[in-house]
Design a protein around this ligand. Structure first.
Ligand SMILES: Nc1ncnc2c1ncn2[C@@H]1O[C@H](COP(=O)(O)OP(=O)(O)O)[C@@H](O)[C@H]1O
Ligand SMILES: [Mg+2]
Length: 282
């Protein structure tokens, strides 16, 4: 599915740029006197407005890839372009939103202030109050604006984190197992909430998960990573109609796509040191 990017100012240089372009990306971490190669030769293209899910077993380099796209680490080699710029410059332009497993809210600020903070920093404060209350409604916590994070459940905190990441209308949303710490019911609710928000905001998304079902429910395309060091080994176009709902999970085609992704994930030989980390999906 492709969308016109309607939210950003008209800028012919960037308007229809590819959201993410990763070419031959490798990254090695230094651990004491040795190095660990986390990813090796990863390629990934994400179109403007596209929702791409990245699935793969623990340790295959999903977080490393996402951090490189977010400009939070400098890769050992290869090239990353985000919205036609370096990822660092896209980050400086506030074109990125990031949600991780840890909501990372400031405990002394209430919900509205936590979300507002992003807007204050970017100096887009004029309509800030309206934008914040709209977003809190949209992620289903409108009535909790005055609560502090300690008074919220894990699912509610993650809703605040999502609202905060969207507040400055990023053109690219990067999500690293954002629902990984939630119980199954909250997780299902959040998936549907994210779908609804995405239909409205039409942001490009890279969504990292180890849940095959989640990836197929949400994405336009599922990218499969595997191995140590991690590589992209396959991808599957998810040709399910939108808008999507939980009812989709009963449809034979959804189940076929889930099986296809699962088979691709397990097509790779599992390295001996990865035993116990192959429990994928839910
Ligand atoms: N900061 C770090 N220092 C050293 N090694 C790391 C660091 N972060 C990740 N790694 C290693 O890089 C590999 C990929 O990790 P990661 O990107 O977190 O994978 P995933 O998100 O798929 O679980 C793993 O072997 C992990 O141990
Ligand atoms: Mg990770």
């Amino acid at each position: 599915m492709r969308f016109e990017n309607s939210g950003s100012p008209e800028n012919p240089a960037t308007k229809n740029a590819t959201a993410v372009e990763v070419c031959d990306l490798s990254h090695r971490y230094r651990v004491g006197d040795r190095t660990v190669t986390a990813i090796d030769g990863v390629n990934l293209l994400v179109d403007d407005g596209e929702f791409v899910a990245v699935v793969g077993p623990s340790g295959c380099g999903k977080t490393t890839l996402l951090r490189a796209v977010a400009g939070l680490l400098t890769p050992s080699s290869g090239r990353v372009r985000v919205l036609g710029k370096t990822s660092r410059s896209a980050r400086q332009d506030r074109a990125l939103g990031l949600v991780t497993q840890d909501p990372g809210l400031l405990p002394w600020l209430n919900v509205a202030a936590n979300v507002q903070l992003t807007l204050d920093i970017t100096g887009r404060g004029a309509d800030a109050d309206k934008r914040v209350s709209e977003l809190l409604e949209r992620v289903g916590i409108g009535q909790f604006a005055a609560y502090v994070p300690g008074q919220l459940s894990g699912g509610m905190r993650q809703r605040v984190a999502l609202a905060r990441a969207l507040a400055h209308r990023p053109r690219l949303l990067l999500m690293d197992e954002p629902f990984g710490a939630l119980d199954e019911l909250s997780r299902e609710e959040m998936r549907l909430e994210l779908l609804r928000v995405w239909e409205d905001e039409r942001t490009s998304v890279v969504f990292v998960t180890h849940s095959i079902r989640e990836a197929v429910l949400l994405a336009d395309r599922v990218v499969v990573m595997n191995g140590r060091p991690g590589r992209v080994t396959a991808e599957v176009t998810i040709d399910l109609e939108r808008p999507r709902s939980a009812l989709l999970e009963d449809k034979p085609h959804y189940q076929e796509l889930v099986s296809r992704v699962r088979n691709l994930l397990f097509a790779e030989p599992v390295p001996s040191n990865a035993s116990g980390q192959v429990a994928l999906g839910d």
